[in-house]
Design a protein around this ligand. Sequence first.
Ligand code: DHB
Ligand code: FE
Length: 306
Amino acid sequence: MDVSFIKAPQIQQLLDRAAGMNESGGNPRLKAIMRDLTESVMELIVKHDISESEFWLAVKYLADGAGEFGLIVPGTGIEHFLDLYMDAKDAEDGLSGGTPRTIEGPLYVAGAPLVEGNVNLSTDPDEGGQMLHMNGTVKGPDGEPVGNAIVHVWHANSKGWYSHFDPTGEQTPFNNRRRIKLGPDGRYAFHSNQPSGYSVPPQGATDMLMQALGRHGNRPAHVHFFIEAPGYRTLTTQINFGDDPFAADDFAFGTREGLLPVPIRQGDTASIQFDFQLQRAHNAGEEGFSSRARAEAAPLPEAETV
Ligand code: DHB
Ligand code: FE
C-alpha cells in the first residue's frame, strides 16, 4: 500500500478529530504537534507495513522501558540532534564560538555540595586506584576570565556507575559530584577518582534496543559540566577521554571535536588541562538552565561537603 493512503479524507478527518482540531479548547501548539506526530506514526505504519502484533510489541517496549527514556533518547541520537539543531539556530542568529555544547545525559543530580578552591570530588574510596586531576580557566568570548562562575561537575566511578543511580547502592550521595564556585580569575581545579567508561544497564530497555540494532551501549570515560556565570550563557558540555577505546564510538553521540582531550598519564594519575569559553548571554533566560526535569537529592550537612 502507498503512503498516500493516509491522505484519504476519512483518515485526515480522523486526525483532525483526534488532535482536537475541531474543538475550541486546549493548547493550539500541542494540537498541531499531536496531529503531525499521529500522522507520522500512521505514515510509518503504512511505509513499513507494520502489523498489529508488531505495533503492540512497540507499545509494550515503550511502556516497559519508560524508566530508561533518559538513556534511550541519547542512544537513538536524538539528544545529539537537539544539540545540532540548537547549534544551527545559533549559527543562523550569528552566534558561534566558545566551547561546544554537548548532551547533558540523564544522570545529573541537583543540590551537590558547593565548594571552593582545589577540590576533591570523591567522597568514597574507589578500588580503581587511578586519580584524575583537571584544571583550567573559564573564559568569555574575548578571552577575559569569567568571574563568579559556578562549575557543576559530575562523573562516574571506576566501575562506570554514577552516585544516586548506582544499582549496587554502594556510593555516598554526591560522590563524584560538586558545584565549584570560582573566584574572579575564572580558574578551576579539582581531583577525583578517575571515572571509567559507562555502559547502559545490562538487559535493560536501552541494552535490548542496542542489541537489536547490532550496536553497543558504551560511552568513553567522560566528565560532565554545567557552567553558569552572571552575564554568560549557561554551557552544558562534557569532556571525553581522547585515549579511551570508545572515544570514536560513543553510543550516546556525546563526543565532539574540541571535547576529546587526551589525559597526560603518569603512574596512577591522569591530568587534563582544559579551558572553557562561554558565550555572552543576550537575555536572562540564557543565563539559566533548560527546564528539563532533573533528579534532586537532599543537600548534605555542612561538615560532609569538604
Ligand atoms: C547516558 C549515560 C551517560 O553517562 C551520559 O553521559 C549520557 C547518556 C545513557 O545512559 O544514555
Ligand atoms: Fe555521563
